[in-house]
Design a protein around this ligand. Structure first.
Ligand SMILES: Cc1cc2nc3c(=O)[nH]c(=O)nc-3n(C[C@H](O)[C@H](O)[C@H](O)COP(=O)(O)OP(=O)(O)OC[C@H]3O[C@@H](n4cnc5c(N)ncnc54)[C@H](O)[C@@H]3O)c2cc1C
Length: 383
């Protein structure tokens, strides 16, 4: 067994890290303060082919392998979780279109998405439907060669920026979940910004209301015969992987800041690093960060190899990493003392961002319900 990045993955990590340090990190605090990410950053991300980077080169993507894709999210997430979140939602849409869309849809949309000419958002959650996605009330009714979509979505990341939504609705005919590419300028579609949230404040959240929005029948992603829920599962699988790495990113940034701070801050005539209780926290933080990253590597490896265990491994990676990020960022704030609750250090922002990671892409409790189902299957098979 070897756990070693290839030379290409190492190069990718340096490239991602250098970009994040130069172009993302300097704007992260302002992004958090202003509740938005700058268009100049979005354009730069597009120019460097960081949007839709998993998509095949023939459609304008970078064809990144899953490990490099994870490293991209770690490097960007260390700098700014909101910017990392743009990649998450945009790429979830790219993934669904590339995997499930037909040839026409791929040819029409993927070059627009990978070039950043169109920014995409993923719209599943509704005011009365969160963890229980199967309870969505938005409907899509086929009328001739058009679907008529009516409903309300909420907590949609980058709704304020998106040119197109991958909108999940209930198929009026079969009652099953279906996905539609709905341009933001469709008649009857209104976006209302949601601001002043605790974490991921730069992710330009919005509510999306649709009143009899007409989209061509060809906007449906995948065929009506596709298994119910496949569209959501496909998008969420990538989203979860990305959020797992984004959680490792927060943890890593907090660990790094805590080691730096604790070796420079003196109390009782020694750097606080010398106090055993501080070291105890640092030990937990370091070990949990490494463990979370290893789970992400495993999930990435299995996904890259298209192994069936990839889904379970990704759920576990997301579950563990998001909980670890919440604990580690809380300890990081503690180690930084009063500075930890001020804007002087990024750990304050990481702490708030980490809270969100346990809620999105399947909350911790939903993972606790889902993961044992996979566990039971594999353990009863092995007996
Ligand atoms: C910053 C941010 C960005 C987001 N971006 C998007 C996006 O881009 N697109 C999108 O569609 N959605 C998005 N969401 C919504 C997100 O996916 C939901 O918040 C999430 O699915 C949880 O739903 P809920 O908030 O309605 O909580 P609820 O489902 O109401 O859950 C409330 C609490 O109850 C717990 N709970 C629920 N069911 C059970 C159960 N069976 N057993 C035990 N406990 C349970 C949950 O874990 C949680 O703690 C975003 C949310 C946030 C905060």
């Amino acid at each position: 067994m070897r756990i070693q990045l290839t030379s290409e993955q190492l190069e990718n990590r340096s490239r991602f890290g250098a970009f994040a340090e130069e172009h993302i990190a300097p704007l992260a605090a302002a992004s958090d303060r202003n509740g938005r990410i700058e268009m100049s950053v979005v354009k730069r991300l597009a120019r460097e082919r960081f949007l839709g980077s998993r998509v095949a080169v023939s459609f304008g993507g970078d064809g990144l392998d899953m490990i490099s894709y994870g490293l991209l999210h770690e490097e960007f997430g260390k700098a700014c979780s909101s910017t990392r979140s743009l990649l998450t939602v945009h790429d979830m849409v790219c993934e669904a279109v590339e995997r499930l869309g037909n040839e026409n849809m791929r040819e029409q949309w993927l070059p627009l998405l990978t070039s950043g000419e169109r920014i995409a958002a993923f719209a599943l959650t509704e005011p009365a439907s969160g963890s229980d996605a199967s309870s969505i009330a938005t409907t899509a009714v086929l009328e001739g060669d058009e679907y008529l979509i009516t409903g309300k979505k909420t907590w949609i990341s980058f709704a304020q920026l998106a040119d197109v939504f991958l909108l999940i609705a209930r198929d009026g005919e079969h009652g099953t979940m279906a996905g539609f590419l709905v341009p933001a300028d469709t008649d009857g579609l209104v976006v209302r910004p949601i601001s002043d949230i605790l974490g991921l404040r730069g992710s330009m959240l919005g509510e999306v209301e649709l009143t009899e929005c007409r989209v061509p029948a060809s906007s449906r992603v995948g065929s009506p015969k596709m298994p119910a829920g496949l569209i959501v599962a496909t998008a969420l699988q990538l989203g979860r992987y990305s959020v797992a790495w984004g959680s490792v990113a927060i943890a890593e940034a907090c660990v790094a800041s805590s080691f730096r701070y604790s070796s420079r801050r003196y109390q009782f005539n020694v750097p606080i690093f010398e106090h055993q209780l501080i070291r105890a926290m640092l030990t937990e933080m370091l070990a949990e960060t490494k463990a979370a990253r290893l789970l992400c590597y495993e999930a990435g490896y299995l996904a890259q190899e298209r192994k069936p265990d990839a889904v379970e491994a990704t759920l576990i990676a997301k579950f563990f990493a998001s909980k670890a990020a919440a604990r580690i960022s809380a300890d990081a704030v503690q180690i930084h003392g009063a500075n930890g609750v001020s804007k002087n250090y990024a750990v304050e922002r990481h702490f708030r961002d980490a809270r969100v990671m346990e809620i999105i892409e399947g909350s911790t409790q939903i993972q606790q319900i889902t993961i044992p189902k996979y566990g039971l299957r594999s353990y009863s098979e092995n007996r």
